[in-house]
Design a protein around this ligand. Structure first.
Ligand code: PRP
Ligand code: URA
Length: 206
């Protein structure tokens, strides 16, 4: 399932990220703010459990989150989404996966993985601003599933239809959340119109 979050604030902030004139500071701030805005929607269907509490007036039954949330940013660019989401879910744990795309083959190469325990009983949210060929996200979904994850969401800012299809075919159980679904990939595997290389723009490495 794919949900594109059509929200004026998200589109407005994304336009800054798309603009080639936007520098590292504003790019990072917009990514952080958009991730925070997306958090409300991606948490809409989280399971809750009944808990009994005592207000200053009486005993009452209310609800709290039933499962741990584990955020899994794909290094490097996914790191820029963690703080925005964590500001709404401060108890979220964070696992890290390092994957980069080989520039020639466009295939994902894993170089780091560290997770909190008990992925099996957690809601795992994989974070990456860009879903291009889908190779990196698909590989990371394989990695978390191999460690027991059964409930996985993929949260991206900008996607190409090609990448969405790769995830839908390989992982039909994974709900994909997007800020925008763009037109296509170019011959170098970049999303068009896109926003360029998210990691380089976030960290000023080019
Ligand atoms: C970018 C992006 C995704 C990946 C998307 O990372 O952040 O992880 O490319 O491409 P795909 O869908 O075709 O796999 P990159 O490989 O540039 O690494 P970086 O974040 O370290 O710059
Ligand atoms: N990775 C990026 O950072 N941007 C793209 O457009 C494609 C892959």
């Amino acid at each position: 399932m794919v949900t594109v979050l059509n929200h004026p604030l998200i589109t407005h902030k994304l336009s800054y990220m798309r603009d080639e004139k936007t520098g590292t500071k504003d790019f990072r701030q917009s990514l952080d703010e958009i991730a925070g805005l997306m958090a409300y929607e991606i948490t809409r269907d989280l399971p809750v459990k009944d808990v009994e509490i005592k207000t200053p007036l009486t005993l009452t039954t209310t609800q709290q989150l039933a499962k741990d949330i584990v955020l899994v940013p794909i290094l490097r660019a996914g790191l820029g989404m963690v703080d925005g989401i964590r500001s709404l879910i401060p108890t979220a744990k964070v696992g890290h996966v390092g994957v980069y795309r080989d520039e020639e083959t466009l295939l994902p190469i894993e170089y780091f993985a560290k997770f909190p325990p008990n992925l099996k009983d957690s809601i795992v949210m994989i974070l990456d601003p860009m879903l291009a060929t889908g190779g990196s996200a698909s590989a990371v979904i394989d990695i978390v599933k191999a460690r027991g994850a059964t409930s996985v969401k993929l949260v991206c800012l900008v996607a190409a239809p090609e990448g969405v299809k790769v995830i839908e075919d390989a992982h039909p159980d994974v709900h994909i959340y997007l800020a925008a679904l763009d037109e296509k990939l170019d011959e170098n595997g970049y999303i068009v119109p896109g926003l360029g290389d998210a990691g380089d723009r976030l960290y000023g490495t080019k």
